[in-house]
Design a protein around this ligand. Structure first.
Ligand code: COA
Length: 164
């Protein structure tokens, strides 16, 4: 049976930190499903379709499937028949929330395992919201965004094209 993991998140937009986790997961799994959370309650900067397109571009050549979901992650796992969730940990500050989510998700779906991968140190400080802020003020985002989508992200942020 092919080994599959699901890497869920907002990816608004995907950063080099996310890509690092995906590249490393691709060495361990036959397929990495990158699942973009469609959260009607949280106004994103990029539309879900734009985020998915950017992930596809950034992950070209990798065994990655890109999809989106709304509602509960555990419902998505059951619908897709997958049972490994991968999450990246950047710092101790991530741990508390991740620990809580993993515990609650385990209660909702005990057959699903949540696995954690430490972010490489140089990416530990990156977050999508700070990259959005730097880009919106015309700062250089090239160190934080995969090169294949940097221009798209830069122009979008500079033009203040975030979803209204
Ligand atoms: N490198 C760099 N940055 C990273 C990163 C990495 N490896 N991993 C996460 N981040 C950043 C993201 O850019 C994001 O930054 P931001 O907050 O500044 O935008 C932040 O960490 C958190 O983002 P993300 O990992 O995408 O998590 P999330 O909180 O947006 O989404 C879900 C987490 C999707 C897994 C969770 O909300 C979920 O499962 N939702 C569905 C509803 C549900 O099932 N709820 C019950 C949960 S018990």
């Amino acid at each position: 049976m092919a080994a599959v993991c699901v890497y869920p998140g907002s990816f608004d937009p995907i950063t080099v930190g996310h890509l690092d986790i995906i590249q490393r997961a691709a060495k361990l799994y036959d397929t990495v499903i990158v699942a973009v959370l469609h959260n009607p309650g949280k106004q994103g900067c990029f539309s879900v379709e734009q985020r998915m397109d950017m992930i596809r571009t950034a992950c070209q050549g990798l065994p990655v499937q890109v999809t989106c979901f709304d509602g509960l992650l555990m419902a998505f796992m059951r619908e897709t028949g997958t049972n490994v969730v991968l999450r990246g940990l950047r710092a101790v500050s991530d741990f508390e929330m991740e620990f809580q989510m993993a515990q609650l998700n385990h209660q909702l779906a005990p057959e699903v395992e949540t696995l954690f991968m430490m972010t490489t140190p140089q990416n530990a400080y990156i977050s999508s919201s700070l990259v959005r802020e730097i880009g919106a003020f015309g700062g250089d985002i090239s160190a934080f965004i995969p090169a294949s989508i940097e221009e798209t992200v830069r122009i979008h942020l500079l033009n203040n094209d975030c979803q209204k």
